[in-house]
Design a protein around this ligand. Structure first.
Ligand code: MG
Length: 291
């Protein structure tokens, strides 16, 4: 006989049990069943640790509760002062990659010769069909990127062949540029997609022929010495002020055919795509802030 089979609780005596009223009998039985279900005391209780592990605890806030407001205020480190730009002009700490004056900071990706895209009087550049992708001479890691792009006013082609270009972070990960207005295509390759990886949260393009703005936050993936990826990169994109990619995980390269791959790399260039089908996309006002 174990503990659970022994006796009724001490305040319920046998003689009384037989004449017990129904309203007392049921709660008493429930109490006995509950008592019998309890584990014997010598067995350890199951720990709720796995659940506890999921709870975020801020050790610094576990100390004694402050009563003075100054105890929760600090003055270091000093925050750098950045003068913001006006109407898309760069902030004071930005590195300007293209301001319309020349293409000196850019080369043709396939052979490292001078970039052959068209430089326009309105301080923009336009894809020079089939001359190839262009990229910055300089390499970067994590960046905040501001870039403006324009689909050609004259509509030409359908689907992926209408105003297709792309912005390749580290030269590998494409944020799609496409004239999507009244132009359906696969959604993971539409304007604002991380090509074939992440569908954008919204389609926020301006009318064809007007200037779109992408503001992009890019954190590069990290690789160990053996070349294995140990931390995924992330991309956030705002198109014309609308969040369209929210800190999404880069799963690898963004090829037209095949799965994403994860070749190890360090800092890389910013690359702009010549889609090779007379897409004639324009770019202007390109600047970054290194993070
Ligand atoms: Mg593209």
């Amino acid at each position: 006989m174990n503990n659970c089979q022994k006796e009724l609780p001490t305040h319920i005596h046998k003689p009384t049990f037989t004449i017990m009223k129904k309203q007392y009998l049921l709660p008493a039985m429930a109490l006995v069943i509950f008592a019998c279900k309890e584990k014997p005391k010598d067995e350890p209780m199951e720990e709720s640790k796995p659940l506890q592990d999921e709870v975020i605890v801020y050790e610094e806030y576990m100390r004694e509760e402050p009563t003075d407001p100054e105890a929760t205020e600090f003055y270091e480190p000093k925050v750098p002062v950045v003068t913001p730009g006006v109407n898309g002009t760069p902030p004071s700490d930005a590195l300007v990659l293209f301001d319309g004056s020349n293409l000196d900071g850019w080369i043709t990706s396939k052979d490292s010769t001078a970039a052959k895209w068209h430089l326009n009087k309105d301080k923009s550049m336009t894809v020079n069909d089939k001359t190839g992708d262009i990229q910055t001479k300089q390499n970067f890691g994590d960046i905040q990127l501001h870039i403006e792009w324009q689909s050609p006013k004259e509509i030409n082609g359908e689907g992926q062949h209408r105003g297709n270009s792309g912005i390749f972070l580290d030269g590998l990960y494409e944020v799609q540029v496409l004239d999507q207005n009244d132009n359906p295509t696969y959604v993971n390759g539409q304007v604002g997609s991380i090509y074939k990886q992440h569908v954008p949260l919204a389609m926020a393009s301006v009318p064809t022929g007007e200037w779109n703005v992408y503001d992009i936050i890019y954190h590069a993936p990290k690789f160990n010495e053996a070349g294995g990826k140990i931390k995924s990169g992330t991309i956030t994109v705002l198109q014309n002020g609308v969040l369209i990619q929210d800190h999404v995980e880069i799963k690898g390269t963004t090829p037209y055919i095949g799965w994403p791959k994860n070749p190890p790399h360090g800092e890389g260039p910013l690359m702009l795509q010549d889609h090779g089908d007379n897409s004639r996309v324009g770019y202007r006002n390109i600047w970054i802030r290194e993070l």
